[in-house]
Design a binder for this molecule. Structure first.
Ligand SMILES: [Zn+2]
Length: 349
């Protein structure tokens, strides 16, 4: 490894901006973008580079500790709930005011800040004028209204979704069969994390077919909708199996380390937090993937002439609105039911 940014895949523009920022950093950065496209790895590489005496060599003690998540002056804060609570805000402020342990600078990475919610006003002053030794790196999937003011106090760096060709090539380079890499990349919505998971997921093709089959199963009745939605949510649930298997393996590795080295410094809490976040994210991505597949199915009905254009436009708009609403974490069952009740049926191709 010869740069602390080597773990950031397929985002040369983001890396270049961050490397330039290391020279004379400001007090706060916002890394904004598609989950799984590399914002987190970029934040880790950036934090390492900010503490590294060589600007991010990837090899010195500061770099190694920072990249392993173990540097005392790199703090990652990830809120646990669906949105931040007052206690989260107080903890972030406390961490921001704390002096660096080792050097003259510390980096405070705030993950998932699109969930900042009502805590935003409380954090604003600290983020716009932190102690001189503190640099904030704010991560968010998108900028909801509550985050707008905080975002305006940060230097914003967009982390775009990865093109599916880039994701495919990265998967192939990691040893994935080309055909599977192509399918997984196409369903990954710009996320390398998701693509890796899908590449290990034998159920992917079947799920895509089930979502595409939905318009054929609608008959205008609430009863049909209820059955379809229950099945779709079952699919979403089942899709988590490869993720859960991987997490279980990571948990077992941790137990082995604890058995040898003890509980202290084992990173148990960190691993549990990561797993919870991964599960939440996976569910949201699986739903977005399903809705995108559904929208594609309606679009193809225009191409093959099996549905009027107006009906398809309305359907695609309704699907897009539901996909956006899912971000805000509503009741998935009700949301899908009300969507499917509004969608026109399509006959089989
Ligand atoms: Zn270094």
């Amino acid at each position: 490894m010869n740069s602390s940014f080597d773990g950031v895949m397929g985002q040369p523009g983001v890396v270049a901006q961050l490397q330039a920022a290391v020279v004379a950093p400001v007090h706060a950065y916002l890394l904004l973008g598609t989950p799984g496209a590399g914002a987190r790895a970029a934040a880790e590489g950036f934090a390492a580079a900010l503490l590294c005496p060589n600007g991010g060599c990837g090899e010195c003690r500061d770099c190694r500790l920072a990249l392993a998540g173990e540097h005392p002056d790199v703090l990652f804060y990830t809120p646990q709930g669906a949105s931040l609570l007052r206690a989260d805000g107080e903890e972030i402020i406390r961490l921001a005011l704390r002096s660096p342990v080792e050097g003259r600078r510390k980096v405070l990475v705030l993950a998932d800040m699109h969930r900042v919610s009502v805590v935003a006003p409380m954090l604003l002053k600290t983020i716009e004028e932190p102690p001189e030794s503190t640099i904030f790196v704010v991560l968010a999937d998108h900028v909801p209204p509550e985050l707008v003011t905080i975002a305006s106090r940060c230097v914003r760096i967009d982390v775009p979704g990865l093109p599916s060709t880039v994701v495919r090539d990265l998967l192939v380079a990691e040893g994935c069969a080309p055909e599977l890499a192509e399918t997984a990349a196409g369903a990954a919505m710009g996320s390398l994390d998701r693509a890796r998971l899908l590449a290990s997921d034998p159920g992917l093709v079947g799920r895509r077919e089930e979502w595409a089959r939905v318009p054929r199963r609608l008959d205008g009745s609430g009863a049909a909708v209820a059955v379809v939605v229950e099945e779709l949510l079952g699919l979403v649930q089942g899709a988590a199996a490869p993720l859960l298997a991987r997490q279980e393996a990571e948990g077992a590795e941790l137990e082995e380390r604890v058995a040898v080295y003890g509980e202290r410094g084992s990173g148990r809490k960190r691993l549990e937090d990561i797993h919870k976040r991964e599960q939440r994210r996976h569910r949201a991505e699986e739903l977005r993937f399903g809705l995108a597949t559904l929208a594609d199915r309606y679009r193809s009905a225009v191409t093959d002439g099996s549905a009027p254009v107006d009906a398809v436009i309305g359907a695609v708009q309704a699907i897009d609105r539901s996909a956006e609403a899912l971000v805000r974490n509503p009741n998935e069952t009700l949301l899908l039911q009300s969507l499917l009740l509004r969608l026109p049926a399509l006959s089989a191709r």
